[in-house]
Design a protein around this ligand. Structure first.
Ligand code: PEP
Ligand code: MG
Length: 760
């Protein structure tokens, strides 16, 4: 047994004896600080506890002046103790005074102590205090000593939090928002609107026993717990129906891999060696994970830490035998679950038909739990700070996961408003269902091609559900974004084959990897850019990483044997970029041919018109490409020099203003002259009024989000194309400034249906 293990176990067992005594809380804490000081051969041992206002109060000391107890209060970040609390990291110094953050409090008399070792008291990743030892002489604390103090700190944190040391825990400040109506913004994880009743996804498990009496017994408990955990995850994976293919399965497999991670297990067994029980060990490692999580910026590492945190809870449940979380309480179908965090497996354990909505504080759209929520069609919001402090069980909640807004405890009139909107939504939905099988033909007999934009396997059923004409834009980068590494050739090929299979005879346009700007691959580190939207992204990236592009082309070609393959390249700024990309494609095609694989029945290569520079090369461009599609989201942001994701600018420029309309008209007339098919696949095509204007300009092919198909088709069925064309011609020539009003009037006068879900 190593020296550290012996020391830590000895200290823990003495600590247990102290805790068993019937002294009052202050005396107990004083005895603990004395015990630690003597065991660590330090002149000083002090405990600081967090109090409201993010401050730290000296609660007990052996060695510093006793008059300072409950008098010395440090502000957030103040002194060495403040830094430890803020960073949730230990700090060891042989001469504390040399540290720039050293601050001297005369009431403590600590100026004579040179060496300093402080560790945070962590509970569920939150710092609830700091434990410090100090020595008069200059000395370096060893790694082992730091580890021993960290283990002790964990036990003390638990004692404080569970009240074993009296009511010391920083009392949660009463949140003034409680019981009042409240509205907060959140990130849309999965779209939709729901009204329901809040129920906390409770993962807290009370760990009563932290200090072990029998290490061998605890090892056994941990081993059995780990086995149960792995078995349970496997059962979940096998029994899951939604996992048919693609990303959902990957999510749980990544999770399973973590459960088998040897380094995690090693740390757990080591914690037992130091004198903790199996549950104490899990909690100690989890607290560490949580602390890192709260301070982590890298989304990929963060995701892994979330999963690890989630696994720890599950492991605790297996060890403590506490399966009484509310995954098995009776949920009615009004339930909106809210949670600080939640793993994908947790969500799957609920019966999804009972969950109306989800609000998760620590989740982003790319989190694994979000992917599962989308697969299950549960409207969800994430990134809402302090949600578990703001919402109470039983609160009425409205999730508007279209606008990204959460309404809590709203007055009856707000709820009524949303009930009305839900009714309108369901009435409109009924109407859209009725026209689902009709072709999108205008009143005067022009057929419009309505396609959907897609990118994940979960989008594909919408092709049938909406009866769209095909997939006008398949954003291949989404598969890359939800993976934990670059998808391999076979994975890409399988993915694209599944897309072809789902689409049947309907056409698909695959867009090559469009990453960069706001689309980040968590596993691919890149230099920070001052202007990422103008930076190393999309085709620029692919041309400089040709092996990635080649791999993707190879996967696409192989997946499209005997089928029509359409590929489009994003963010082309100069024709030469398309020419270069085409060369790579032809090389790959040749390679596949030489290998003897069967080839696509036909292929066509196109360009997304997104960068204004192309507007002055259109005729030359049309000589080279087979088709084009306008990416109006990007094109508009570059035309107006206005960030497409900037909330404050989102209403400043109208997409149906004269400059945009003229640009679009120029693209379509030149394309018609050159006999090049042109479509538009940006968000504007999914809005009835804007889409009506596009049809008036001459567009006959739109690719939109599946949820917009009903509204757009309804508009088309009620529109006379000749009339809107005349109206648009008139607008283009007469330099109007109130185009939106003119179009609204046109729609009203001519009974064109431009109603859609609008929640603003
Ligand atoms: C666009 O820019 O309009 C487009 C369709 O591409 P994305 O939104 O994926 O950038
Ligand atoms: Mg784009």
């Amino acid at each position: 047994m190593s020296e550290i293990t012996i020391k830590s176990r000895l200290l823990l067992s003495e600590l247990r004896e102290l805790m068993a005594s019937s002294q009052n809380s202050q005396t107990r804490l004083n005895n603990i600080t004395s015990l630690i000081a003597s065991s660590m051969v330090a002149e000083v041992c002090s405990v600081y506890v967090a109090i409201p206002g993010e401050r730290l109060e000296l609660f007990s000391t052996k060695g510093l002046k006793s008059a300072a107890v409950h008098k010395t209060i440090l502000n957030a970040g103040e002194g060495l103790v403040g830094i430890i609390a803020e960073k949730a990291e230990s700090l060891a110094l042989s001469d504390a005074k040399l540290h720039p953050n050293f601050s001297y409090r005369s009431e403590t008399g600590e100026e004579i102590y040179h060496s300093f070792l402080g560790v945070p008291l962590l509970r569920r990743g939150q710092t609830i205090g700091v434990l410090v030892v100090q020595n008069v002489r200059h000395r370096s604390y060893t790694e082992e000593e730091i580890e021993v103090l960290e283990t002790i700190a964990m036990v003390i944190a638990e004692m404080i939090a569970t009240g074993e040391l009296g009511a010391f825990l920083a009392i949660k400040e009463i949140d003034p928002r409680h019981n009042k109506p409240h509205t907060v913004k959140g990130l849309v994880l999965s779209q939709g609107i729901v009204i329901g009743t809040a129920i906390l996804h409770e993962k807290r498990i009370e760990v009563l026993n932290i200090i072990s009496e029998d290490t061998e017994f605890e090892n056994q408990r941990l081993t059995i717990g780990l086995e149960d955990l792995k078995h349970n995850i496997e059962k979940l994976i096998n029994g899951l129906e939604i996992i048919s293919n693609g990303e959902d399965k990957g999510v749980l497999e990544a999770y399973q891999m973590l459960a088998n991670d040897q380094s995690w297990e090693k740390r757990l067994f080591e914690a037992i060696k130091k004198g903790l029980t199996a549950e104490g060990a899990v909690q100690s490692v989890q607290s560490d994970v949580k602390a890192k999580l709260l301070r982590q910026k890298n989304p990929f590492i963060k995701e892994k830490l979330y999963d690890l945190d989630d696994l720890s809870y599950r492991l605790l449940r297996h060890i403590v035998g506490d399966i009484d979380t509310n995954t098995n309480i009776d949920l009615n179908n009004e339930t909106i679950l809210f949670a600080r965090n939640m793993g994908p497996a947790d969500l799957l354990e609920y019966s999804s038909s009972n969950i109306r909505g989800l609000v998760i504080e620590e989740a982003s759209p790319n989190s694994h739990v979000s992917i599962v929520a989308r697969a299950l069609g549960i409207p969800s919001l994430g990134g809402v700070e302090n949600i578990v402090d703001i919402i109470e069980n039983g609160d009425k909640i409205i999730i508007d996961a279209n606008a990204g807004i959460l309404h809590i405890r709203q007055e009856k009139n707000v709820e009524d408003l949303f009930q009305d909107k839900l009714l309108t939504q369901s009435n409109l939905q009924k109407k859209y269902d009725n026209i689902r099988n009709l072709p999108a033909i205008t009143q005067d007999g022009s057929q419009i091609r309505l396609m959907i934009n897609a990118g994940l396997m979960i989008d594909l059923p919408y092709l049938k559900l909406t009866n769209a004409d095909g997939i006008g834009l398949f954003r291949t980068e989404l598969q890359f974004m939800v993976s934990s590494r670059f998808p391999r050739l076979t994975e890409q090929e399988t993915y694209y084959s599944a897309v072809f299979k789902e689409a049947g005879e309907k056409p698909i346009t695959f867009r090559t990897l469009d990453i960069g700007s706001d689309k980040v691959l968590p596993y691919f580190s890149r230099k920070k850019e001052d202007n990422p939207a103008l930076g190393w992204r999309a085709l620029r990236f692919s041309l400089e990483r040709p092996s990635l592009l080649r791999l993707q082309m190879r996967a696409l070609i192989k997946a499209s044997s005997n089928k029509n393959l359409n590929i489009i390249f994003p963010l082309v700024a100069d024709i030469s970029e398309f020419v270069e990309a085409k060369k790579i494609f032809l090389k790959e095609l040749n390679f596949i041919k030489l290998k003897g694989y069967s080839l696509p029945k036909s292929y066509s290569l196109g360009v997304m018109i997104e960068v204004p520079s192309l507007l002055w090369q259109l005729e030359e461009l049309y000589e080279k490409v087979d088709f084009v599609s306008i990416g109006s989201n990007d094109l508009l942001q570059y035309l107006f020099a206005s960030d497409r994701g900037h909330a404050q600018l989102s209403k400043r420029y109208d997409p149906i203003s004269i400059s945009v309309l003229r640009v679009l008209k120029k693209i379509i007339t030149t394309a018609e002259n050159a006999n090049i098919p042109v479509s538009l696949c940006g968000e504007i095509a999914g809005k009835p009024l804007e889409a009506m204007a596009l049809l008036g300009l001459g567009f006959k092919n739109l690719s939109i989000a599946p949820s917009n198909i009903g509204a757009i088709k309804s508009m088309i069925l009620s529109l006379n194309l000749k009339q809107i064309t005349e109206c648009m011609d008139n607008i283009l020539t007469t330099n109007q400034h109130n185009i939106r009003d003119i179009l609204i009037k046109f729609a009203k006068d001519n009974k064109v249906e431009i109603e859609s879900f609008s929640w603003e």
